[in-house]
Structures are given as structure tokens and as C-alpha cells.
Design a protein around this ligand. Sequence first.
Ligand code: G6P
Length: 488
Amino acid sequence: MVVANRLAVDSVTEPDGTQGWKLSPGGLVTALEPVMRSADGAWIGWPGSVDTHVEPFEHGGITMVPVSLDQTEVERYYEGFSNDTLWPLYHDVIAQPSYHREWWDSYVSVNRRFAERAAALASEGATVWVHDYQLQLVPGLLREQRPDLTIGFFNHIPFPAYGLYSQLPWRRQILTGLLGADVIGFQRTADAGNFARAVRRLFGYETRGSSIRVPLENTDERRPERSRTVVARAFPISIDSASFAELAARPDVVERARQIREDLGNPKTVLFGVDRLDYTKGIRHRLKAYAELLEDGRLDAADTTLIQVASPSRERVAAYMELRDEIEMTVGRINGDFGAIGSAPVHYLHHGYPREEMVALYLAADVMLVTALRDGMNLVAKEYVASRIDGDGVLILSEFAGASDDLRQSLLINPHDIQGVKEAIVTAVEMDPRERKRRMRALRRKVLENDVAKWSATFLEELARASHATASSSAPTRDGVELEEAGS
Ligand code: G6P
């Protein structure tokens, strides 16, 4: 069973006007779909709109279990606590987190709803995998109700250093929620380390390597020092690399890439950025570096184009509205200062695109700009690499994105260092083709070897190990009575 804020399907309106569902295109769904189908799995999640009350239904061999949120819950649990408290806090306070008690109350009650759905539907001894910062209380709530379950949790975003995490008024409750899991996965080793440190500082539990000893409430006098072991370590997520490579080989996609360059007037250099329109992505920093290079004359607007795709996201949260205004003003200014009739130095697109179009854009781009100020992983960097079956293209990658742990042959940058970003862009534009290919070959090896199927298999193997370890020390049953194994 998967428990995630978003359901694995999106609502679509068919040509005849009826309403239907389509599998979401994201990497998580792609990775887990085969596992879920073969395990007869269920996916619990929010359908993404207010007050959508839909009974569980089958889609592509998976039972979809929609959890409804009302208007107040969308405002307080989703836009508020998840995306205006936890999101900025966990991304190193790039934006100021807001702490509101009524948001927290809503977070608790929505997490409880998800946990109750999972507890009611999971079969005896099932494996439940909970995803991301929106649902950090679910593992603990679920374990209280269903000690027979094996519970995994994966945090898709960074976990902050204790000095920041400790701002959270509900810092103990969140840790207790997470520690209900048998395995807690993070993107980077540093995130797992931050988590373990928070556990030591707030609870004083013993941590050794990736193991955390969580004392159990002492209900059995014969076993005075009982504890559970929780594993907390890095499982860097990836993409469905082969499917990007396959798309990149399709003649219509290759033709579309050529068409894109032609529509841009066949410039010498195409730079490309694609992000959710989010303040963590460093879009402003990227635009500043680019504008200065045009100003300095080190890039020529007549033969250089930056395509910036910024897909709409969390549009009712104030920080996102402000960011949009700022980006759009900056783009307008750059095009006004350096553009000419028939040529704009920035092509700014406030849309999401299907995967085919994304791959065509990746193929059309000489230089990919990933300048995140903080990012759990950044899958765009991996998608670019997987799509470059021609072995060409240069990736500029922020060292503050989890992807930089693995993709060392990119041009690594500190996005706060505008001078450094400018130098990296010039280096990328002027890079010798042999050097470009050498770097891309090494990057491709990494991304093709470590795909998202391997990620989910590795996590689930760790979870299976954790569940065997628990089973051999005690055998919890559904009603919470522990049955000792024969001979133990
Ligand atoms: C990040 C988070 C996901 C989230 C996605 C889109 O990748 O880790 O949990 O689903 O952003 O954000 P949204 O708020 O639209 O779900």
C-alpha cells in the first residue's frame, strides 16, 4: 500500500464530457506502478481538488483510494502547514516559514484521516509505504492502530539541520510520527544525518550508523529494556531513465527538437531551465547571471536564447505569487533591454508540458541550467542526462541539489555566487565537443545504472529486512498482542 498526498491518477474530462482518470505522469507513479500491480496494491491519496468525494476504484490493476479535503483543509493542511511551514523550513528557510496553530491542527487531523484509511484497508502484515513531508505523522499513527504492519517512509525533500528544524513548535510530534516507520528514507546521507541528530537532541535516543534505537513503552516487566530499531538512511531517488532514452530516439521527438531550434531562429546557443515555479529553484539567480553576461557582452543576444519553462505551482500561497511577479518582471526587463524585433533573449513559458515535449526541449538545449538553492534531488538534471542519447549537451548543476552527490561530471556551481554561475555558463558555451561528450558519457552511465526501479527495489528490500528482523524478535499481531516465537 502506498500513502501519498497525491493520488496516482489525475482527473480528466473525456471528449464526450464524462469524467475519467488517467495515470499521473510523475516518476514515483511510474516506479511503483508495476510493484503495486503485482502486489494487488492500493494507493491512498488526495485527488487534488476541493471536496471530491469518490469511492475507491480500480485503475490499471491498482485500487485507488481517494481521500477528500475540504476548502479549509486545503488552505490549512496543504497550502498552509505543508507548503508555507514545512516546505520553506525544510528548504533552509529560503522563504520565511509561517507557524500557525490552526494549520498544525489541520495537519494532524488530515494525517489522521490518511492513517485511518490505511489502517482500515491494509491486510494483515501488509507493507505500507508513506511518502513525503505532507504525511509525517502517518507512520506513528498507523503503528498505534496496526502494529502488525511493516511501515516505510520516504522524505522526498531535504531534512534541515537541527539549528533550523528546532524552530518548529511541533518538532517533537513530527519526529515521533516519523519514528513510527521501520525504515525512513532520505535523499542524501546529510539529510539522514540531520534527522538522526534531531532525534538525539530531542529524545536522547541512541543512534549508530543508520540505526536508531527507539525504546518501547514498557508494558512488560519481564523485558525491561525493550526497543525497536528504526533504520534511517539515504536512498537517492531517480527517474525512469530508459523511457527518456526511448523518447529521445523517436523520430517525431528528434524532429520536434529541430523544429524548436528553427522556431528560435537557429541560435548558436540554446540554454534551458525547467522548474516548478518555486523559490527553491534559483530561477532569479539564473536570470541575473544570464542578464549580466548579456550586459557584459560575453554572450550575444543575437545568437543566444534562454528557454525558461516555469510550471505553475501552489498558486494561492503568497510566496509563490510574489515569486511569479518578480520572475516575470525580470524576464520582461531582460527582453526589453537586450531583445530585438523577432528575437527575445528569454523565452519564458508558464506552462507544464507533456514528456515528449520535454524530451524535445532537452535535445534542443546545448546547456541545461539547474541552479536550485536547495533541492531534495532534482530530477530535471537526471532527465536531461537520460535524454541525451547523442552524448552531447552540458549540465550546470547546483551543489545544493541532491543530484550533485552523484552527477559529479556536471559543472557544479554555488547559485549564490553569481560570478561563479556566469563563469560556468561561459565554460559550458565554449566547451570543446570532446570534453562535452566525455562528461556526458560519465553522467549517462550513472543515470542509466541507477534508475527509479532500482531505487524502489532497494528501499523495499531494506523494508523487508526490517520486517524480518522485527518478526524474529517478536511477532506483533493485528490486535496488538505480541506472541513470542517458540523457543524465544
Ligand atoms: C515536490 C514534493 C512532492 C509534490 C511536488 C509537487 O516534488 O516533494 O511531494 O507532490 O513537489 O507539488 P504539489 O504541491 O503540486 O503536490
